[in-house]
Design a binder for this molecule. Structure first.
Ligand SMILES: Cc1cc2nc3c(=O)[nH]c(=O)nc-3n(C[C@H](O)[C@H](O)[C@H](O)COP(=O)(O)OP(=O)(O)OC[C@H]3O[C@@H](n4cnc5c(N)ncnc54)[C@H](O)[C@@H]3O)c2cc1C
Length: 452
Protein backbone atom coordinates (compact mmCIF):
# COMPACT_ATOMS: atom_id res chain seq x y z
CA UNK A 1 0.00 0.00 0.00
CA UNK A 2 1.36 3.45 -0.85
CA UNK A 3 1.84 5.96 2.00
CA UNK A 4 -0.88 8.09 0.39
CA UNK A 5 -3.42 5.25 0.45
CA UNK A 6 -2.43 4.34 4.01
CA UNK A 7 -2.93 7.90 5.16
CA UNK A 8 -6.30 8.02 3.40
CA UNK A 9 -7.48 4.92 5.29
CA UNK A 10 -6.32 6.30 8.66
CA UNK A 11 -8.00 9.65 7.91
CA UNK A 12 -11.29 7.74 7.91
CA UNK A 13 -10.63 6.97 11.60
CA UNK A 14 -9.10 10.19 12.96
CA UNK A 15 -10.34 12.74 10.42
CA UNK A 16 -8.57 14.23 7.41
CA UNK A 17 -7.05 17.07 9.43
CA UNK A 18 -5.43 14.70 11.93
CA UNK A 19 -3.85 12.22 9.51
CA UNK A 20 -0.54 13.80 8.49
CA UNK A 21 2.17 12.79 6.05
CA UNK A 22 5.00 10.61 7.28
CA UNK A 23 7.50 13.33 6.37
CA UNK A 24 6.26 15.87 8.92
CA UNK A 25 9.49 16.84 10.74
CA UNK A 26 7.66 17.68 13.99
CA UNK A 27 7.13 13.96 14.61
CA UNK A 28 10.36 12.41 13.34
CA UNK A 29 12.92 13.29 16.02
CA UNK A 30 13.38 13.73 19.74
CA UNK A 31 16.22 15.20 21.83
CA UNK A 32 18.68 12.77 20.21
CA UNK A 33 18.30 14.41 16.78
CA UNK A 34 21.91 15.65 16.84
CA UNK A 35 23.24 12.08 16.87
CA UNK A 36 21.74 11.51 13.45
CA UNK A 37 18.79 9.46 14.64
CA UNK A 38 16.50 10.97 12.03
CA UNK A 39 13.20 9.23 11.63
CA UNK A 40 10.97 8.40 8.70
CA UNK A 41 7.38 7.17 8.82
CA UNK A 42 4.49 6.34 6.50
CA UNK A 43 2.02 8.58 8.34
CA UNK A 44 1.40 10.45 11.57
CA UNK A 45 -2.00 10.34 13.28
CA UNK A 46 -3.37 12.45 16.11
CA UNK A 47 -6.29 10.52 17.62
CA UNK A 48 -8.92 12.29 19.73
CA UNK A 49 -9.64 9.48 22.20
CA UNK A 50 -8.88 5.90 23.23
CA UNK A 51 -11.47 4.49 20.81
CA UNK A 52 -9.67 6.13 17.87
CA UNK A 53 -6.31 4.85 19.16
CA UNK A 54 -7.80 1.34 19.30
CA UNK A 55 -9.19 1.64 15.76
CA UNK A 56 -5.79 2.85 14.42
CA UNK A 57 -3.95 -0.02 16.17
CA UNK A 58 -6.50 -2.57 14.88
CA UNK A 59 -6.05 -1.26 11.33
CA UNK A 60 -2.25 -1.36 11.63
CA UNK A 61 -2.40 -4.88 13.07
CA UNK A 62 -4.55 -6.09 10.21
CA UNK A 63 -2.21 -4.55 7.62
CA UNK A 64 1.12 -5.46 9.27
CA UNK A 65 2.07 -1.83 9.85
CA UNK A 66 4.29 -0.89 12.86
CA UNK A 67 3.08 1.69 15.38
CA UNK A 68 5.29 4.23 17.18
CA UNK A 69 3.66 5.94 20.20
CA UNK A 70 4.72 9.56 20.70
CA UNK A 71 4.33 11.89 23.67
CA UNK A 72 6.03 15.26 23.93
CA UNK A 73 9.17 14.14 22.04
CA UNK A 74 11.46 15.15 24.93
CA UNK A 75 13.01 11.70 25.25
CA UNK A 76 16.78 11.32 25.32
CA UNK A 77 16.90 7.83 23.85
CA UNK A 78 15.28 8.04 20.41
CA UNK A 79 12.31 6.00 21.67
CA UNK A 80 9.67 8.11 19.90
CA UNK A 81 11.56 8.23 16.61
CA UNK A 82 10.05 6.08 13.80
CA UNK A 83 12.77 4.01 12.13
CA UNK A 84 11.81 4.15 8.46
CA UNK A 85 8.25 2.88 8.27
CA UNK A 86 5.07 2.72 10.30
CA UNK A 87 2.54 5.05 11.80
CA UNK A 88 3.42 7.55 14.52
CA UNK A 89 0.54 7.80 16.99
CA UNK A 90 0.89 11.19 18.71
CA UNK A 91 -1.18 11.60 21.87
CA UNK A 92 -1.12 15.42 22.03
CA UNK A 93 -4.87 15.86 21.47
CA UNK A 94 -5.78 13.54 24.36
CA UNK A 95 -5.67 16.12 27.13
CA UNK A 96 -8.82 15.42 29.14
CA UNK A 97 -8.68 15.40 32.93
CA UNK A 98 -11.17 12.60 33.48
CA UNK A 99 -11.27 12.90 37.25
CA UNK A 100 -9.75 15.18 39.88
CA UNK A 101 -10.56 14.08 43.43
CA UNK A 102 -8.54 16.28 45.82
CA UNK A 103 -10.10 14.79 48.94
CA UNK A 104 -9.09 11.31 47.83
CA UNK A 105 -5.63 12.56 46.68
CA UNK A 106 -5.91 11.27 43.10
CA UNK A 107 -6.65 12.15 39.51
CA UNK A 108 -7.17 10.36 36.21
CA UNK A 109 -5.80 12.04 33.12
CA UNK A 110 -5.46 11.18 29.47
CA UNK A 111 -1.98 10.41 28.18
CA UNK A 112 -1.43 13.72 26.39
CA UNK A 113 -1.76 15.91 29.49
CA UNK A 114 1.61 17.55 30.14
CA UNK A 115 3.61 16.84 33.28
CA UNK A 116 3.45 20.55 34.18
CA UNK A 117 -0.37 20.51 33.99
CA UNK A 118 -0.59 17.50 36.30
CA UNK A 119 1.74 19.15 38.81
CA UNK A 120 -0.11 22.48 38.58
CA UNK A 121 -3.55 20.88 39.09
CA UNK A 122 -2.22 19.05 42.14
CA UNK A 123 -0.62 22.24 43.52
CA UNK A 124 -3.80 24.30 43.03
CA UNK A 125 -5.57 21.78 45.24
CA UNK A 126 -2.98 21.80 48.02
CA UNK A 127 -1.54 18.53 46.75
CA UNK A 128 1.63 17.34 45.04
CA UNK A 129 2.47 14.95 42.20
CA UNK A 130 6.11 14.35 43.21
CA UNK A 131 7.82 13.15 39.98
CA UNK A 132 9.52 16.22 38.51
CA UNK A 133 11.33 15.43 35.24
CA UNK A 134 13.00 18.48 33.75
CA UNK A 135 11.05 19.06 30.52
CA UNK A 136 7.68 19.29 32.31
CA UNK A 137 6.12 21.88 29.99
CA UNK A 138 6.55 19.60 26.96
CA UNK A 139 6.64 16.04 28.26
CA UNK A 140 3.36 14.19 28.63
CA UNK A 141 2.17 11.96 31.42
CA UNK A 142 1.91 9.06 28.94
CA UNK A 143 5.58 9.58 28.03
CA UNK A 144 6.52 9.86 31.72
CA UNK A 145 4.77 6.55 32.47
CA UNK A 146 6.25 4.90 29.36
CA UNK A 147 9.78 5.92 30.42
CA UNK A 148 9.17 5.68 34.19
CA UNK A 149 10.62 9.18 34.41
CA UNK A 150 12.48 10.52 37.43
CA UNK A 151 13.71 13.90 38.63
CA UNK A 152 15.39 15.50 41.66
CA UNK A 153 12.60 14.78 44.16
CA UNK A 154 12.33 11.14 43.16
CA UNK A 155 15.14 10.56 45.69
CA UNK A 156 12.62 10.82 48.51
CA UNK A 157 9.40 10.02 46.67
CA UNK A 158 10.29 7.46 44.00
CA UNK A 159 9.96 7.59 40.21
CA UNK A 160 6.75 7.96 38.17
CA UNK A 161 5.69 4.32 38.44
CA UNK A 162 5.34 4.67 42.21
CA UNK A 163 2.55 7.22 41.60
CA UNK A 164 0.50 5.28 39.05
CA UNK A 165 -2.32 3.13 40.45
CA UNK A 166 -3.96 2.35 37.11
CA UNK A 167 -3.36 2.46 33.38
CA UNK A 168 -5.69 2.37 30.40
CA UNK A 169 -3.85 1.20 27.30
CA UNK A 170 -4.47 -0.07 23.81
CA UNK A 171 -2.81 -3.44 23.38
CA UNK A 172 -2.48 -5.76 20.38
CA UNK A 173 -4.56 -6.39 18.29
CA UNK A 174 -6.39 -3.16 19.08
CA UNK A 175 -8.19 -3.64 22.38
CA UNK A 176 -8.64 -1.11 25.17
CA UNK A 177 -7.49 -2.67 28.45
CA UNK A 178 -7.58 -1.16 31.96
CA UNK A 179 -5.25 -2.45 34.67
CA UNK A 180 -5.59 -1.01 38.17
CA UNK A 181 -7.66 2.09 38.76
CA UNK A 182 -8.70 4.47 41.52
CA UNK A 183 -8.01 1.99 44.36
CA UNK A 184 -4.74 2.72 46.12
CA UNK A 185 -4.01 -0.98 46.57
CA UNK A 186 -4.66 -3.82 44.15
CA UNK A 187 -2.65 -7.02 44.36
CA UNK A 188 -5.16 -9.26 42.63
CA UNK A 189 -3.42 -9.99 39.34
CA UNK A 190 -0.01 -10.09 37.75
CA UNK A 191 1.40 -6.57 37.82
CA UNK A 192 0.48 -5.66 34.24
CA UNK A 193 0.42 -2.01 35.31
CA UNK A 194 4.05 -2.41 36.32
CA UNK A 195 4.89 -4.01 32.96
CA UNK A 196 3.49 -1.05 31.04
CA UNK A 197 5.42 1.40 33.24
CA UNK A 198 8.80 1.88 31.56
CA UNK A 199 7.81 -0.16 28.48
CA UNK A 200 8.84 2.69 26.12
CA UNK A 201 5.94 2.11 23.74
CA UNK A 202 6.98 -1.47 23.00
CA UNK A 203 3.97 -3.20 24.59
CA UNK A 204 1.08 -0.90 23.70
CA UNK A 205 -0.16 2.68 23.76
CA UNK A 206 -0.99 4.22 27.13
CA UNK A 207 -4.17 6.27 26.73
CA UNK A 208 -4.83 7.32 30.35
CA UNK A 209 -3.45 6.90 33.87
CA UNK A 210 -4.75 7.05 37.43
CA UNK A 211 -2.27 9.05 39.49
CA UNK A 212 -1.77 9.07 43.26
CA UNK A 213 -1.13 12.44 44.93
CA UNK A 214 0.03 13.53 48.39
CA UNK A 215 -0.57 16.65 50.47
CA UNK A 216 1.92 19.31 49.35
CA UNK A 217 5.13 19.26 51.41
CA UNK A 218 5.59 22.12 53.90
CA UNK A 219 8.11 24.02 51.74
CA UNK A 220 11.64 23.99 50.41
CA UNK A 221 14.75 24.44 52.61
CA UNK A 222 17.88 23.74 50.54
CA UNK A 223 21.44 23.65 51.86
CA UNK A 224 24.42 23.83 49.48
CA UNK A 225 28.11 23.09 50.00
CA UNK A 226 31.15 23.17 47.73
CA UNK A 227 34.03 20.71 47.99
CA UNK A 228 37.43 20.54 46.40
CA UNK A 229 36.67 17.32 44.47
CA UNK A 230 34.29 14.42 43.84
CA UNK A 231 35.76 12.32 46.66
CA UNK A 232 35.00 14.95 49.29
CA UNK A 233 31.57 15.54 47.73
CA UNK A 234 30.79 11.82 47.64
CA UNK A 235 31.60 11.54 51.33
CA UNK A 236 29.24 14.44 52.04
CA UNK A 237 26.44 12.64 50.19
CA UNK A 238 27.02 9.61 52.42
CA UNK A 239 26.80 11.79 55.54
CA UNK A 240 23.55 13.41 54.30
CA UNK A 241 21.99 9.98 53.90
CA UNK A 242 23.00 9.05 57.42
CA UNK A 243 21.91 12.39 58.91
CA UNK A 244 18.46 11.35 60.13
CA UNK A 245 15.91 13.50 58.30
CA UNK A 246 15.27 12.19 54.79
CA UNK A 247 16.31 14.82 52.26
CA UNK A 248 13.72 15.55 49.57
CA UNK A 249 16.48 15.87 46.95
CA UNK A 250 20.25 15.35 46.95
CA UNK A 251 21.81 16.80 43.80
CA UNK A 252 25.38 17.37 42.59
CA UNK A 253 27.38 19.23 39.98
CA UNK A 254 30.99 18.33 39.20
CA UNK A 255 33.80 20.79 38.49
CA UNK A 256 33.22 20.76 34.72
CA UNK A 257 29.53 21.64 35.13
CA UNK A 258 30.37 24.32 37.72
CA UNK A 259 32.84 25.90 35.29
CA UNK A 260 29.99 26.32 32.79
CA UNK A 261 27.07 27.38 35.00
CA UNK A 262 28.75 28.49 38.25
CA UNK A 263 28.48 32.16 37.28
CA UNK A 264 24.74 32.01 37.83
CA UNK A 265 24.83 30.25 41.21
CA UNK A 266 23.05 32.42 43.78
CA UNK A 267 25.85 33.76 46.01
CA UNK A 268 28.77 32.79 43.75
CA UNK A 269 31.11 29.78 43.63
CA UNK A 270 34.39 29.66 45.64
CA UNK A 271 37.46 29.73 43.36
CA UNK A 272 38.80 26.30 44.32
CA UNK A 273 35.45 24.46 44.24
CA UNK A 274 35.39 21.24 42.21
CA UNK A 275 32.07 19.78 43.34
CA UNK A 276 28.71 21.02 44.65
CA UNK A 277 26.17 19.11 46.74
CA UNK A 278 22.62 20.42 47.24
CA UNK A 279 20.55 18.72 49.96
CA UNK A 280 16.99 19.95 50.35
CA UNK A 281 14.59 19.43 53.22
CA UNK A 282 10.87 19.77 52.52
CA UNK A 283 9.87 19.25 56.14
CA UNK A 284 11.22 22.37 57.83
CA UNK A 285 14.18 24.50 58.85
CA UNK A 286 15.09 22.15 61.71
CA UNK A 287 15.62 19.21 59.35
CA UNK A 288 17.52 21.49 56.98
CA UNK A 289 19.88 22.32 59.86
CA UNK A 290 20.62 18.61 60.32
CA UNK A 291 21.36 18.25 56.60
CA UNK A 292 23.56 21.37 56.68
CA UNK A 293 25.52 19.94 59.60
CA UNK A 294 26.11 16.75 57.62
CA UNK A 295 27.32 18.80 54.66
CA UNK A 296 29.64 20.95 56.80
CA UNK A 297 32.76 18.77 57.05
CA UNK A 298 35.22 19.76 54.32
CA UNK A 299 32.87 22.36 52.82
CA UNK A 300 34.81 25.23 51.25
CA UNK A 301 33.58 28.50 52.74
CA UNK A 302 30.90 26.83 54.88
CA UNK A 303 27.37 25.76 54.03
CA UNK A 304 25.16 28.12 52.01
CA UNK A 305 21.42 28.38 52.77
CA UNK A 306 19.99 30.10 49.66
CA UNK A 307 17.31 32.63 50.69
CA UNK A 308 15.26 32.02 47.52
CA UNK A 309 14.89 28.24 46.96
CA UNK A 310 12.87 28.77 43.75
CA UNK A 311 15.79 30.73 42.24
CA UNK A 312 18.16 27.91 43.17
CA UNK A 313 15.97 25.31 41.45
CA UNK A 314 15.55 27.52 38.37
CA UNK A 315 19.34 27.69 38.20
CA UNK A 316 19.56 23.89 38.61
CA UNK A 317 16.94 23.36 35.85
CA UNK A 318 19.03 25.48 33.51
CA UNK A 319 22.16 23.31 33.79
CA UNK A 320 21.35 21.00 30.85
CA UNK A 321 20.45 23.76 28.36
CA UNK A 322 23.51 25.83 29.44
CA UNK A 323 25.83 22.87 28.84
CA UNK A 324 24.23 22.30 25.41
CA UNK A 325 24.76 25.95 24.53
CA UNK A 326 28.58 25.73 24.89
CA UNK A 327 29.09 23.99 21.53
CA UNK A 328 25.50 23.59 20.35
CA UNK A 329 25.12 19.93 21.31
CA UNK A 330 25.94 17.20 23.78
CA UNK A 331 25.70 13.47 24.25
CA UNK A 332 24.31 12.97 27.73
CA UNK A 333 23.72 9.58 29.29
CA UNK A 334 21.76 8.83 32.42
CA UNK A 335 23.69 5.95 33.96
CA UNK A 336 23.14 5.11 37.63
CA UNK A 337 25.53 3.39 40.03
CA UNK A 338 25.27 2.28 43.66
CA UNK A 339 25.41 5.55 45.57
CA UNK A 340 28.73 4.73 47.26
CA UNK A 341 30.32 4.56 43.76
CA UNK A 342 29.23 8.10 42.81
CA UNK A 343 32.64 9.76 43.24
CA UNK A 344 34.40 6.98 41.29
CA UNK A 345 31.85 7.30 38.49
CA UNK A 346 32.22 11.10 38.33
CA UNK A 347 36.02 10.77 38.06
CA UNK A 348 35.65 8.06 35.42
CA UNK A 349 33.40 10.28 33.25
CA UNK A 350 36.23 12.81 33.18
CA UNK A 351 38.78 10.12 32.30
CA UNK A 352 36.58 8.78 29.48
CA UNK A 353 36.21 12.30 28.08
CA UNK A 354 39.98 12.80 28.09
CA UNK A 355 40.51 9.43 26.41
CA UNK A 356 38.17 10.37 23.58
CA UNK A 357 39.37 13.99 23.34
CA UNK A 358 36.02 15.41 24.39
CA UNK A 359 35.10 18.03 26.95
CA UNK A 360 33.00 16.37 29.61
CA UNK A 361 31.10 17.14 32.76
CA UNK A 362 28.42 15.56 34.91
CA UNK A 363 25.67 16.53 37.27
CA UNK A 364 22.58 14.77 38.55
CA UNK A 365 20.73 13.07 41.32
CA UNK A 366 23.51 12.26 43.78
CA UNK A 367 21.29 10.49 46.30
CA UNK A 368 20.17 8.06 43.59
CA UNK A 369 23.72 7.59 42.24
CA UNK A 370 22.25 8.89 38.95
CA UNK A 371 24.61 10.85 36.69
CA UNK A 372 23.88 12.99 33.67
CA UNK A 373 27.28 12.14 32.25
CA UNK A 374 27.85 14.47 29.37
CA UNK A 375 30.21 14.91 26.43
CA UNK A 376 30.06 18.35 24.84
CA UNK A 377 30.14 18.61 21.05
CA UNK A 378 29.28 20.58 17.98
CA UNK A 379 26.56 18.50 16.30
CA UNK A 380 27.93 19.46 12.84
CA UNK A 381 31.25 17.83 13.69
CA UNK A 382 30.78 14.23 12.55
CA UNK A 383 34.07 13.10 14.08
CA UNK A 384 33.16 14.54 17.47
CA UNK A 385 29.75 12.83 17.29
CA UNK A 386 31.51 9.57 16.44
CA UNK A 387 33.96 9.96 19.32
CA UNK A 388 31.10 10.80 21.69
CA UNK A 389 29.34 7.57 20.73
CA UNK A 390 32.46 5.57 21.56
CA UNK A 391 32.76 7.50 24.83
CA UNK A 392 29.15 6.65 25.64
CA UNK A 393 29.94 2.96 25.11
CA UNK A 394 32.73 3.23 27.69
CA UNK A 395 30.33 4.97 30.04
CA UNK A 396 27.68 2.26 29.81
CA UNK A 397 30.33 -0.41 30.34
CA UNK A 398 31.52 1.48 33.43
CA UNK A 399 28.01 1.57 34.91
CA UNK A 400 27.58 -2.17 34.43
CA UNK A 401 31.04 -2.85 35.84
CA UNK A 402 30.15 -0.87 38.99
CA UNK A 403 26.95 -2.88 39.50
CA UNK A 404 24.73 -0.07 38.23
CA UNK A 405 22.51 0.39 35.21
CA UNK A 406 22.78 1.78 31.69
CA UNK A 407 19.67 3.89 32.35
CA UNK A 408 18.42 5.45 35.56
CA UNK A 409 15.96 7.77 33.80
CA UNK A 410 15.73 7.99 30.02
CA UNK A 411 15.29 4.37 28.98
CA UNK A 412 16.96 2.39 26.21
CA UNK A 413 15.09 3.57 23.12
CA UNK A 414 17.28 3.08 20.09
CA UNK A 415 20.35 4.84 21.47
CA UNK A 416 21.36 1.98 23.78
CA UNK A 417 20.23 -0.88 21.59
CA UNK A 418 21.85 -4.17 22.54
CA UNK A 419 23.07 -2.96 25.92
CA UNK A 420 20.36 -4.62 27.99
CA UNK A 421 21.92 -7.94 26.93
CA UNK A 422 25.20 -6.79 28.42
CA UNK A 423 23.63 -5.64 31.67
CA UNK A 424 21.38 -8.63 32.28
CA UNK A 425 22.07 -12.36 32.31
CA UNK A 426 20.65 -14.37 29.33
CA UNK A 427 17.86 -15.89 31.45
CA UNK A 428 16.68 -12.45 32.56
CA UNK A 429 16.74 -11.17 28.96
CA UNK A 430 14.79 -14.27 27.85
CA UNK A 431 12.09 -13.55 30.47
CA UNK A 432 11.95 -9.99 29.18
CA UNK A 433 11.55 -11.24 25.59
CA UNK A 434 8.79 -13.64 26.68
CA UNK A 435 6.79 -10.69 28.03
CA UNK A 436 7.19 -8.84 24.72
CA UNK A 437 6.11 -11.94 22.75
CA UNK A 438 3.08 -12.50 24.98
CA UNK A 439 1.75 -8.94 24.80
CA UNK A 440 2.89 -8.01 21.30
CA UNK A 441 3.12 -11.29 19.36
CA UNK A 442 3.51 -9.64 15.94
CA UNK A 443 6.08 -7.10 17.17
CA UNK A 444 4.01 -4.17 15.92
CA UNK A 445 4.72 -1.78 18.80
CA UNK A 446 7.82 0.40 18.45
CA UNK A 447 10.02 -2.13 16.64
CA UNK A 448 13.78 -1.69 16.96
CA UNK A 449 13.56 -0.23 20.46
CA UNK A 450 14.45 -1.39 23.98
CA UNK A 451 15.06 -5.09 23.27
CA UNK A 452 16.51 -4.91 19.76
C1 LIG B 1 15.47 19.55 29.29
C2 LIG B 1 15.12 18.10 29.58
C3 LIG B 1 15.17 17.65 30.89
C4 LIG B 1 14.83 16.32 31.19
N1 LIG B 1 14.87 15.92 32.49
C5 LIG B 1 14.50 14.66 32.80
C6 LIG B 1 14.50 14.21 34.16
O1 LIG B 1 14.81 14.97 35.09
N2 LIG B 1 14.13 12.93 34.40
C7 LIG B 1 13.77 12.08 33.40
O2 LIG B 1 13.43 10.92 33.68
N3 LIG B 1 13.77 12.46 32.11
C8 LIG B 1 14.11 13.72 31.79
N4 LIG B 1 14.11 14.13 30.47
C9 LIG B 1 13.73 13.16 29.42
C10 LIG B 1 12.23 13.16 29.03
O3 LIG B 1 11.62 14.41 29.34
C11 LIG B 1 11.49 12.03 29.74
O4 LIG B 1 12.00 10.79 29.29
C12 LIG B 1 9.97 12.06 29.49
O5 LIG B 1 9.35 11.12 30.33
C13 LIG B 1 9.59 11.78 28.04
O6 LIG B 1 8.22 12.12 27.89
P1 LIG B 1 7.64 12.51 26.46
O7 LIG B 1 6.18 12.72 26.61
O8 LIG B 1 8.39 13.64 25.87
O9 LIG B 1 7.90 11.17 25.65
P2 LIG B 1 8.52 10.94 24.19
O10 LIG B 1 9.89 11.49 24.09
O11 LIG B 1 7.55 11.36 23.16
O12 LIG B 1 8.60 9.34 24.19
C14 LIG B 1 9.47 8.66 25.05
C15 LIG B 1 9.18 7.15 24.96
O13 LIG B 1 7.90 6.87 25.50
C16 LIG B 1 7.05 6.29 24.51
N5 LIG B 1 5.71 6.88 24.70
C17 LIG B 1 5.40 8.21 24.75
N6 LIG B 1 4.09 8.37 25.00
C18 LIG B 1 3.56 7.11 25.09
C19 LIG B 1 2.25 6.60 25.33
N7 LIG B 1 1.20 7.41 25.52
N8 LIG B 1 2.07 5.25 25.34
C20 LIG B 1 3.14 4.42 25.16
N9 LIG B 1 4.38 4.84 24.93
C21 LIG B 1 4.59 6.18 24.90
C22 LIG B 1 7.67 6.60 23.16
O14 LIG B 1 7.37 5.63 22.21
C23 LIG B 1 9.15 6.62 23.54
O15 LIG B 1 9.65 5.30 23.54
C24 LIG B 1 14.45 15.44 30.14
C25 LIG B 1 14.41 15.90 28.82
C26 LIG B 1 14.73 17.21 28.54
C27 LIG B 1 14.65 17.67 27.11
Amino acid sequence: MTPGALRHELAAIVGEEFALGGDDPRYLADQTAFSAIQGAADAVVLPADAAQVAAVVAWCHEHGVPVVPRGGGTGWAGGAVPLGTGVVVALERMTAVRALDPLQWRMQVEAGVTTATVRRLARENGLCFPPDPGAAEQSQIGGNVATNAGGPHCFKYGVTGAWVTGIEAVLSPGMIVSVGGAARKDVAGYDLRGLLVGSEGTLGIITAAWLRLIPAPAGSWPACAFYRDADAGGEAVGRVMAAGPVAAAVEYLDGGALAIVGGGFPGGVPADAGFLVIAESDTGAGDCEALAEALGEGAIGGVVLPPDPAALWRWRDGVGPAVTAVHGGKLSDDVAVPVECLADAVREVEAIGLRHRLESCSWGHAGDGNLHATFLLDPRDDLAVHRARRAADDLLAMAIEMGGTISGEHGIGVLKNGWLRRQWAPAAVAAHEAVKDALDPTGMFNPGKKLA
